[in-house]
Structures are given as structure tokens and as C-alpha cells.
Design a protein around this ligand. Structure first.
Ligand SMILES: NC(=O)c1ccc[n+]([C@@H]2O[C@H](COP(=O)([O-])OP(=O)(O)OC[C@H]3O[C@@H](n4cnc5c(N)ncnc54)[C@H](OP(=O)(O)O)[C@@H]3O)[C@@H](O)[C@H]2O)c1
Length: 442
């Protein structure tokens, strides 16, 4: 049964699941800026109940009017509550609670990228059948208005490409490595000390967070269902400060790139560290900031930039969704800008993707080595764009050889890497990164 639309001036009651970093900022805005919310939704909005695990815990903001509970049913089954805001995070029980809320005819606002990346299509489908909405602006890019940009502002476009830096933690770490020559562990420790990285940083540094965000954005941009497990993913743990120096000398910066490209019958989706020309918009994204460059056939290139995380920027997106949703409810409109993402989208196999590559080799310091390397690349139709050789950089009178290729098939680049590593004159291939060439960049 669907909760009835509120009459024009009726109070819309809201239940909040989670009162952590984002939840407490959302609660504060709803309670302390009641006039702003009332004015913008055309009537009162009341935060009625809040679900937590531990009622004794200290909070950045403790709601004054709402009841705090540890019983999910008290929120999910309250017939007076028309909107549920889910800010617990993680897959379960968040997914089940969202489903229960929709089933009970309540509209949902969530910031949960993990749930939306894996289960967005079926939750949106369920919501459509129940005649309610699910809003999830905060699930991608925190305070940066990305979902609404795809859902509304770029509706007239065929989106061809998305290039993004969408994980603040990894960008902070990469920035420290590039600026100060810090190693990965040192930069990570600083990020943790300053609150930019979790005690367990796996989710961010291994690229999962960026994959979930890219999946959600791409589902909406390309209008279909994408399995996040099919997105190619590499994290930043293997990055070495020396590669930042070589990249800079060749006119490039390194970023954790989230890349999506429409090929008509399939979509290319990948998250990995990449060399970007210094002139690329994403090369200028520093610290924990995020940026997304979108290419549409009508609009051309659009850049969105801002704070992709943090309690306040994320609460900005959550409360924005609540206001938008309540406004629609008051007007008696549901499924206002429904995005149909049920059509399955095929993801191009990484081996078939075309990309330029950066290879760093430890080679014997003797004549003929470069010719051997060039022959292996040439046999696979991989042409070289730049070469840097440093003598006696490493042990055993070896030299360090850095090669930047022109775009080639990823499968061939991997074969080349294996053949190079097998050469008697190549001691090691410590780095293999992808690159965007200036010609390819938006
Ligand atoms: N933090 C950010 O910058 C950011 C940015 C973008 C999106 N998000 C997303 O926003 C959501 C919330 O993130 P957050 O950083 O605010 O998380 P958080 O600080 O860890 O807060 C989670 C809250 O949920 C409650 N909770 C968790 N599991 C629960 C359960 N099983 N039953 C009842 N309550 C439970 C916790 O209760 P207790 O406090 O009692 O333990 C806590 O209040 C996540 O989906 C996250 O991905 C966060």
C-alpha cells in the first residue's frame, strides 16, 4: 500500500536511518533550518524518528524533536512516515531496509553507492511498481550535482564519454605522492591522520568506491543496467613516486581515472591509475577534490567540480533530494524523472579496449636493448610515442627505460609486457600504467 500524498500544507514526516557523519548533518539541517525547508517544499517537513545502533554514542548533532531508536521497525513500519532517508552505509541491512520502505509505499533518499551500484535497477523497478521515488544524488560525488545533471540537464544529449576523478581519498594520496615525492604508505598515513582515509582504506585505495560511482553514473548516462563486477578495476597501491617524476618530465600527471565510453553496442568502463596530459582538466584536481568531465553530442564538454565527500557537502545533496521529493509529493507527482535502467548493457572486455600505455623497465645497460624492446612492440603493432633512458639508476649496472606508447589494444600491450619481461636483457617491468594522450583527451 502506498502512503497517500500529503495535502498541500500537511506535515511530511521523515524517518532517518543512521546518525553518523552524514546523518547528523542531515538531521541538523532538517531541524535547525526548518523554515528554509518549509519554504522550499511549500509546507512543514518533520524529522520524526532516527535509527541508530547505539543510543548512548556521542553525536555531532543530537536531534531535539525526533525520537531516537534502535528498532528498525519503529521507523520502517510507522504509517505516519512518508519518506525514509537511508544513511547507514554498507550492503546489509541497508538494502533490505530500503526495500522494506519502498514496499511500505514510502519514498526513499539514500547516499548508499554500494547498494545502488549492485541493486539500483531492481529497487527503482520496485519503486516504480509501488508508485514512489528513490533519490540517490549523494551516492555519487557527495555534494556535486551529478545524478540530477544526467537525469535532467543533459536529457537531450547522447552521452559519449565520462572521465572522472571521483574518489577524494585516492586523489589526496596521489597528490601527496606527486607533490612531495612521498611513498604510498607515507601518503596514506597522512591521509588517515587528516581524516581523508578510513582506518581500513581498502574500499577507496583498491578502487571499489570509484567503481560503484562510475557504475551508477554510467547506468544513468547510458540508460541501462551495468554490473559493477564487470568494470575493470585497479587501485593505487602499486604506484611508485618515481613514476610521478617520469610522468611529469613527459608532460603528464597521474590520477585514479574513472573512464566510461559508449561504443554503441557495448560500453567501455574502467577504473585505474592513468597518466593524463598536464593540460587535461582532471590533472588540475588536487587534494581530496573530485571532478567529472562529461561529453554530450549537443552540449559538448561539461565539467563538474567540488567536494565529493564529507558530512556537510553530502548532506547538501541528501537534503536537496528530500526537498525535491517532498515538492513533487505535494504536487501529486510520482516517478517525476524516472530513469529506465532495466536494459542490460554489455561491458567491453578490458583486453579489447584501446589505450596508450606507460612502461618502466629495468634493463641491461648495454647496446641493442632498446632495439630489442622496439622490435617486440613493433611485432604487436604498438608504436612508441616517447622514450626516456636513465643510466645506472638501479643495481647491477642496469638502466631504467621508460616508454610511452601510442594507443594500442590492451590485450597486445599485456602480451608485450610479458614478452619484454621474458627478455634476458630485461630484469624487471616495475610499472605498467595506462595513459590518455593529448589527442584523445576531452
Ligand atoms: N561520509 C562521507 O563523506 C560520505 C560521502 C558520500 C556518501 N556517503 C555515504 O553516506 C552513507 C553514510 O555514511 P557515513 O559516513 O555517515 O557513515 P557513518 O558515519 O559510519 O554512520 C553510519 C550510521 O548508521 C548507523 N548504523 C549503521 N548500521 C546500522 C544498523 N545495522 N542499525 C542501525 N543503525 C546503523 C550508525 O549507528 P551508530 O552511530 O549508533 O553506530 C551510524 O549512525 C554511506 O552510504 C556512505 O557511503 C558518505
Amino acid at each position: 500500500m502506498k502512503v497517500d500524498f500529503p495535502a498541500v500544507m500537511d506535515t511530511v514526516r521523515v524517518g532517518l536511518l543512521g546518525l553518523g557523519i552524514v546523518g547528523s548533518q542531515v538531521a541538523e539541517r532538517l531541524e535547525c533550518q526548518r523554515d528554509l525547508v518549509t519554504e522550499r517544499t511549500g509546507g512543514p517537513v518533520e524529522l520524526t524518528r532516527v535509527l541508530v545502533r547505539d543510543t548512548a554514542k556521542r553525536r555531532a548533532y543530537l536531534p531535539t524533536a525526533a525520537a531516537i531508536t534502535t528498532d528498525p521497525a519503529a521507523v520502517l513500519e510507522d504509517p505516519g512516515i512518508g519518506v525514509i532517508i537511508e544513511l547507514m552505509g554498507g550492503m546489509e541491512p541497508a538494502r533490505t531496509y530500503i526495500e522494506r520502505a519502498i514496499d511500505a509505499g514510502k519514498a526513499v533518499v539514500t547516499a548508499n553507492k554500494e547498494v545502488m551500484a549492485h541493486h539500483g535497477p531492481e529497487l527503482l523497478d520496485l519503486a516504480k511498481r509501488r508508485g514512489v521515488d528513490v533519490y540517490f544524488e549523494a551516492a555519487v560525488g557527495g555534494g556535486i550535482p551529478l545524478i540530477s545533471t544526467f537525469k535532467i540537464d543533459l536529457l537531450a544529449n547522447q552521452i559519449s564519454r565520462i572521465e572522472a576523478v571521483i574518489n577524494g581519498t585516492t586523489n589526496f594520496i596521489i597528490d601527496r605522492m606527486a607533490r612531495d615525492g612521498a611513498g604510498f604508505d607515507e601518503a596514506l598515513a597522512e591521509a588517515q591522520r587528516l581524516g581523508y582515509a578510513e582506518a581500513d582504506p581498502t574500499y577507496d585505495v583498491e578502487g571499489w568506491d570509484a567503481v560503484f560511482k562510475l557504475t551508477i553514473m554510467s547506468s544513468i548516462a547510458f540508460r541501462g543496467r551495468i554490473d559493477p563486477d564487470e568494470v575493470h578495476r585497479e587501485g593505487i597501491r602499486g604506484l611508485d613516486p618515481v613514476d610521478f617524476r617520469y610522468a611529469r618530465d613527459m608532460g603528464y600527471a597521474i590520477r585514479l581515472l574513472a573512464y566510461a565510453r559508449d561504443h554503441g553496442d557495448e560500453v567501455e568502463l574502467r577504473v585505474h591509475p592513468a597518466l593524463l596530459p598536464q593540460s587535461h582538466l582532471l590533472a588540475a584536481v588536487h587534494d581530496a577534490y573530485n571532478a567529472v568531465v562529461i561529453e554530450g553530442d549537443l552540449v559538448g564538454s561539461v565539467l563538474l567540480y567540488g567536494q565529493g565527500a564529507g558530512g556537510r557537502p553530502t548532506a547538501s545533496a541528501v537534503v536537496g533530494d528530500v526537498i525535491d521529493l517532498v515538492l513533487s509529493m505535494r504536487k501529486g507527482i510520482d516517478n517525476r524523472i524516472a530513469v529506465d535502467i532495466a536494459r542490460p548493457i554489455r561491458v567491453r572486455a578490458m583486453a579489447d579496449v584501446r589505450t596508450a600505455a606507460y612502461l618502466r623497465l629495468h634493463v641491461a645497460d648495454r647496446p641493442g636493448v632498446l632495439a630489442e624492446v622496439a622490435r617486440i612492440l613493433g611485432d604487436l603493432d604498438i608504436s612508441i610515442s616517447a622514450v626516456v633512458q636513465k643510466q645506472a639508476m638501479v643495481e647491477h649496472a642496469a638502466a631504467e627505460l621508460v616508454i610511452l606508447t601510442h594507443p594500442a589494444r590492451e590485450g597486445d600491450l599485456r602480451t608485450a609486457r610479458e614478452r619484454l619481461a621474458a627478455l634476458e636483457t630485461v630484469y624487471a617491468v616495475p610499472a605498467f600504467l595506462r595513459a590518455l594522450t593529448p589527442e584523445e583527451a576531452m
